[in-house]
Ligand binder design. Structure first.
Ligand code: GSH
Length: 209
């Protein structure tokens, strides 16, 4: 075998707790790209973080290409993975699929803000920010409940993986959010998504929140 065939060409930086990076890690597995992309764990918010060698942003996911160009942002990385041959392609092309993905990303962004507040010392937390994000999360989850019951998020794409990642995050790293209450459809959907190998291979460690 040629050496060039044996070496992974792309490197995906991730942290085990990151739901954004998890979307990309699940996409690698679902899209048949595990042999093409090496996964590299990095610390975060750390001046010695290995990802900082490639991206001044210092966030994950970050995908380092063959020539050293580093693509950041989950959606842009998913687009690149599609370009290098993900089967199936992960980014939706139709409006309904894009809307479904965007809705879950918005939920995830809100949960990330809420979670960040909870990681601050109690007297530095903003009750109004938390209240806003609690309301947003509930509002989006109610729409998602109706959507999954109506048959949405039923095939693997960016929206599906993002939904699995955000609910998986809530299970392990943001348990203050009782998203299952009055949402049996979403709970059922999550139970099924949780059985996929891509999900089981990327479970984050608990955070205590
Ligand atoms: N908009 C980004 C969000 C990525 C993000 O917030 N990643 C977090 C981990 S979940 C991170 O790397 N945080 C480290 C930091 O803020 O320095 C995306 O879509 O990929």
């Amino acid at each position: 075998m040629l050496l060039s065939q044996a070496l992974p060409k792309l490197r995906l930086y991730y942290s085990e707790g990151s739901p954004y990076a998890r979307i990309c890690r699940m996409a690698l597995r679902e899209g048949g790209l595990v042999a093409k992309v090496q996964e590299a764990v990095t610390t975060l918010r750390d001046p010695a973080a290995s990802v900082l060698t490639h991206s001044p942003v210092g966030r994950v996911p970050a995908l380092v290409l063959e020539d050293g160009t580093t693509v950041t942002e989950t959606t842009l990385i998913l687009g690149w993975l599609d370009r290098v041959g993900s089967q199936p392609a992960m980014l939706p092309v139709d409006a309904v699929g894009l809307a479904a993905y965007g809705r879950v990303l918005g939920l995830l962004d809100g949960i990330a803000v809420w979670n960040r507040e909870l990681r601050r010392p109690v007297d530095e937390r903003s009750p109004s920010v938390i209240a806003l994000e609690v309301t947003r999360a509930g509002r989006v989850a109610d729409v998602l409940e109706e959507a999954v019951v109506a048959g949405a998020y039923n095939s693997v794409d960016a929206g599906y993986l993002a939904l699995a990642a955000v609910l998986g995050y809530a299970e392990k790293r943001h348990t203050v959010w009782r998203w299952r209450l009055d949402r049996p459809g979403l709970a059922r959907w999550f139970g099924q998504a949780s059985e996929r190998a891509c999900f089981l291979e990327t479970v984050p460690p608990p955070s205590g929140i």
